[in-house]
Design a protein around this ligand. Structure first.
Ligand SMILES: Nc1ncnc2c1ncn2[C@@H]1O[C@H](COP(=O)(O)OP(=O)(O)OP(=O)(O)O)[C@@H](O)[C@H]1O
Length: 662
């Protein structure tokens, strides 16, 4: 699948990039100091677009499902991230070029060099090759990456299979691939060093003493888990429920590139949905989404070295076991609906299942929502079933009860081996070791207790392992202990919930949204084509452009009046009263994605009627003030689309033909 614009034109990324820079959607941070890779600042339209995505996310998930929002700190003590496994495992594989010291991310390096060889093969076979911008740049630098060399058919197949499962390799395997296929850094022609793990967390210290090492969080999830018990109480102990958080995360990416797609500081929106592991992780609202069709790339297909997708109703995918459970399936469908709502091209969305090695060891199943961009398929939302891992490890480390206690409808009679210690004799007998021995006795599992009961009866004493006391073995005689089989009645059930986690990188979504909504409009005079960003009105950075026909004084009060009216409606607007022609002013705002325009002309002064212009069709209607404002409200809230407005209101033919050039 190639990357095209909304109108099916091939996407010209340099032109889009220059438009985004010119309109200040985002810009490299610290640019006048030379910039820092992987850090970007958002400008006014970028901020407004991001804020609107966040707003729609909050409505679609938090409001729709009564989620409990929390805002936790980014600074995180090392102990927390040690317990969660991030200190030991949150790493990517890194290689170094011994010649020029260049640092390479191992999987990306393998992908790039094999990809370039496949491209060279296609060229040698005379097949059409799509050229990415980076490749074009490298060609200019006389790089060896895209030499047209024909490969054996079997080698082509091998390469394709490796690329299909590139996320499944660990460092050692990546090192083997580099050796086996003699992969060389295209910039130096030298083979890089074997991959080593590089932890992606930024380390810092809290407070003036360095006794408290800490990190900037790499995800918002941990803060949510640590508040689990309080949130459960806030939710009046009702299960299932979800917490949610929107906030910055930080990852010291090895070699960030691809603009907003791989950065070192980014906004995440994460949901932790807590579900009872018993009963198949069903979801009460699954019926509402079961017929929604999703495009799936499952793990078996990838392991077979292929990328064939299947379009299937989510209900069917859960029923046949492709997707592990209803709760996970429910969120895949809800993620798709959200992406659709904000204007993501549905033909450029697929859900890719993680392969076994790619998934965190504790995860039960994991799917990424990937969006097709000019950089290829990019993971924009991860949706993982994290099982009970996080709550369990934090509870074990801290002793906090991160569990659910549920009153049983019918009390449960449990037969078990129970132990009674004669406390009066036990303490004085074991003296300072009393507490340690007692704890070891209480921790004895049921199967051991049964064997010990028999030993006690036969020998009049038992021997158990107690770490740190004597030689590690402790003898207890029958006058100190009783072990008996008894019946206990349980009125509550205790369990650690499992967690299904949809995790959104909002910067990646924002960039994909821009690419998916970008197209160019030709000009009548054959001038350079002008960019248009056809964002759906609810997500567009600014909703309405107000343009007076000219600088005539009589327009000024109306301009002020309409700005005021729109402000009251809560609709963002901008005035362009520059001397450029109307067409030029509209064209500038098409690049900003402004969906609607109001022109104030002499007719408006006379009878308070206004024209309303649609960005995508450039068509206009004319009506009185209240009608125009009502139409704007409906369009920006997404309750109507332009074709509804066009049917309802009289068309207006502009006298001042649009000339979309500056
Ligand atoms: N460096 C980054 N820059 C921008 N967004 C990111 C970055 N890393 C992760 N994200 C976003 O956060 C989401 C959840 O993070 P997750 O840990 O699942 O990503 P990941 O698997 O590490 O991503 P990748 O494999 O691309 O590095 C991703 O789907 C993505 O949208």
């Amino acid at each position: 699948m190639t990357s095209t614009t909304l109108k099916g034109q091939p996407l010209d990324r340099p032109i889009l990039d220059s438009m985004l820079r010119r309109r200040m959607f985002y810009t490299p941070s610290f640019e006048i100091y030379g910039g820092v890779a992987g850090l970007f600042d958002y400008g006014p339209p970028g901020c407004a677009l991001l804020a609107n995505i966040v707003d729609l996310w909050r409505k679609h998930f938090i409001l729709e499902e009564d989620m409990l929002e929390v805002d936790c700190t980014a600074l995180t003590p090392a102990e927390v991230l040690k317990t969660s496994g991030h200190v030991d495992k949150f790493a990517d594989w890194m290689c170094k070029d011994p010649k020029n010291g260049e640092i390479l991310r191992a999987d990306h390096f393998v992908e790039e060099v094999l990809g370039a060889r496949l491209k060279g093969d296609k060229e040698a076979r005379g097949l059409k090759v799509e050229e990415k911008e980076e490749d074009a740049k490298k060609k200019k630098k006389k790089s060896k990456t895209t030499e047209a060399v024909k490969l054996d058919d079997a080698v082509v197949q091998e390469y394709e299979e490796i690329l299909a499962k590139i996320d499944n390799y660990n460092g050692e395997e990546l090192g083997q691939l580099i050796k086996k296929y003699e992969l060389k850094n295209p910039n130096t022609g030298v083979e890089p060093s074997p991959p080593v793990a590089f932890n992606l967390m930024f380390q810092t210290a809290i407070g003036p003493s360095s006794n408290a090492p800490s990190y900037l969080r790499p995800e918002t999830a941990q803060g949510q888990f640590l508040n689990f018990a309080k949130l459960l109480e806030f939710n009046q102990h009702q299960m299932p429920f979800a917490s949610a958080s929107i906030g910055k995360s930080f990852r010291n990416e090895i070699s960030p590139r691809a603009g907003l797609l791989r950065v070192r500081e980014f906004l995440m929106a994460e949901i932790e949905h807590y579900v009872d592991p018993e009963g198949g992780k069903r979801h009460a609202r699954f019926d509402e989404v079961k017929d929604i069709e999703v495009v799936l790339l499952n793990r078996h297909t990838q392991l077979a070295g292929q990328t064939t997708v299947e379009k299937v109703a989510i209900g069917k995918a859960v029923a046949n076991g492709t997707v592990d459970n209803e709760t996970l399936g429910y969120f895949l469908a809800r993620i798709q609906l959200f992406l659709q709502k904000i204007g993501i091209d549905q033909s450029k969305l697929r859900f890719r299942q993680h392969m076994a090695n790619e998934m965190a060891h504790y995860a039960a199943d994991c799917w990424d929502a990937e969006l097709l961009t000019s950089y290829g398929w990019v993971e924009c939302v991860g949706c993982a079933d994290r099982s009970a891992y996080d709550l369990t490890v934090h509870a074990k480390k801290t002793g906090a009860p991160l569990i659910v206690r549920e009153k049983l409808e019918k009390p449960l009679a449990i037969e078990e081996w129970q132990i009674d210690l004669d406390k009066k004799k036990f303490g004085p007998y074991f003296k300072k070791d009393g507490k340690t021995v007692e704890t070891a006795v209480e921790a004895l599992p049921q199967d051991k207790r049964e064997a010990l009961a028999q030993a006690l009866q036969a020998d009049g004493k038992i021997t158990i392992d107690v770490e740190g006391v004597g030689n590690g073995k402790v003898e207890i005689s029958k006058d100190l202990i009783v072990i008996e089989r008894r019946t206990r009645v349980e009125h509550t059930r205790e369990f650690t919930p499992n967690v299904v986690e949809p995790s959104f990188g909002l910067g990646r979504i924002l960039y994909a949204l821009i690419e998916h909504n970008y197209w160019t409009r030709g000009t009548e005079g054959g001038d350079e084509a002008r960019g248009v960003l056809s964002f759906p009105p609810p997500v567009a950075p600014t909703k309405v452009l107000l343009v007076p026909l000219s600088s005539n004084e009589s327009f000024k009060p109306l301009l002020k009046h309409m700005s005021h009216k729109l402000r009251i409606l809560g609709v963002s607007s901008r005035v362009d009263d520059s001397s450029a022609s109307i067409g030029k002013r509209y064209s500038r705002n098409d690049e900003l994605g402004t969906p609607l325009g109001i022109t104030i002309d002499f007719q408006s002064v006379k009878d308070s009627t206004f024209t309303l212009r649609d960005r995508d069709s450039t068509k206009q209607v004319r009506a009185d003030e209240d009608t125009i404002l009502a139409a704007i409200k409906a369009l920006t809230e997404g309750t109507k689309v332009w074709s509804d407005v066009e049917k309802e209101l009289p068309a207006f033919e502009s006298q001042d033909a649009e000339v979309p050039v500056r």
